[in-house]
Design a protein around this ligand. Structure first.
Ligand code: DAH
Length: 334
């Protein structure tokens, strides 16, 4: 066989083994046997020098052409095999929906609380808190609600069976006292928190629920400040079609005391004209005396909202118990 014939047969063998290589290692091996330092081509190349001078250019050219052909096939086979290695081994449905990680979210009561707190913070209020297990002094006495006061029976209280007559706070108003005992005026706070009452659960009651308390103490504070502030916050949280009505009421810790009624399109759709939503008023001088503030110098207002009430109005929820069941089908909607 002439060198040229040997070259042709080596090329055919190299192309065949590159084409047949099932994976990248096999391809690299085929490449090495053909054009590697000890490969068939390299060996044949060495024999070029033994040819008569006039034959060398043609055979050299044939060598280069064959090598180029091998390089082209090698590159395309490498690309194919790399792609194949990257593809899944099993048949795969690329149109199937992906698996998402379940993303949690805040409970609707937390969302409403956060929104109310955010609105008050913008107006310069700070967040305060106090204990859920309280004493009678902070929950009632200092709020001008002595033991024989009728308002105290009305709030059916859970007492704790331990010395000292501890109780579960019936309202967040206890935190007004705790804050004023520890800080001099002026005061601007809101207090979101859990409260407890001996109610049976039904669509609108639960033995534990949430309130947000507000307290503003400064010189020359007016009922106008109270109305303006509460109105601004309700608009922000429940929308611009909100209307509020302030009605005379009675609380032992405010004078005058007012109840806030609320209406919007949803309330009217439920067939009601107004819904009670909060209590408020100007802080009673006795309360200031009880915490050592001079009622001649300081004036203030306070309010307490029920958070569940507001969340029910915001989302159109008709049974308060939905908030506590932790049914993900309910919670997912917020
Ligand atoms: N503590 C009252 C309640 O639980 C709500 C309330 C009324 C809070 C008047 C206040 C207030 O701060 O001034 O029903």
């Amino acid at each position: 066989m002439t060198l040229l014939e040997e070259l042709e047969s080596a090329k055919a063998a190299a192309l065949a083994s590159l084409a047949a290589a099932p994976d990248i290692p096999a391809l690299d091996h085929a490449k090495g046997s053909a054009i590697g330092p000890e490969g068939r081509f390299t060996q044949l190349m060495r024999r070029l020098g033994s040819l008569p001078k006039e034959e060398r250019p043609a055979v050299g050219k044939a060598f280069n052409a064959a090598k180029a052909e091998i390089e082209v096939l090698l590159a395309s086979r490498r690309a194919d095999l790399e792609l194949r290695a990257a593809l899944p081994r099993e048949p795969f449905d690329f149109s199937a929906p992906g698996r998402r990680r379940g993303v949690g979210r805040l409970h609707p009561l937390s969302q409403v609380t956060d929104d109310i707190v955010r609105a008050f913070r913008r107006l310069g209020f700070a967040v305060a808190d106090g204990p859920e297990i309280e004493d009678e002094k902070h929950c009632f006495d200092a709020l001008n609600t002595p033991a024989d006061h009728p308002a105290r029976d009305a709030q059916d209280t859970f007492f704790i069976d331990a010395p000292g007559r501890s109780l579960l706070r019936t309202h967040t108003s206890s935190v007004q006292i705790r804050v004023m005992e520890t800080m001099p005026p002026p005061i601007r706070i809101v207090v979101p928190g859990r409260v407890f009452r001996r109610d049976n659960a039904d669509a609108t009651h639960n033995p534990t629920f949430h309130q947000i308390e507000g307290l503003y103490v400064d010189r020359n504070v007016t009922v106008g400040d109270l109305k303006g502030t509460v109105e601004a916050v309700f608009r922000e949280v429940l929308g611009n079609d909100v209307r509020l009505r302030f009605r005379p009421h009675y609380f032992s810790y405010t004078e005058p005391s007012l109840e806030i009624d609320f209406t919007n399109a949803l309330v009217r759709k439920l067939g009601k004209e107004w819904l009670e939503i909060a209590g408020c008023g100007m802080v009673h001088p006795k309360v200031f005396e009880n915490v050592g503030y001079d009622p001649e110098q300081w004036s203030g207002w306070a309010f307490g909202f029920g958070i569940e009430r507001i969340a029910m109005l915001r989302y159109g929820i008709t049974d308060i118990r939905s908030f506590y069941e932790n049914d993900v089908r309910f919670l997912r909607q917020f």
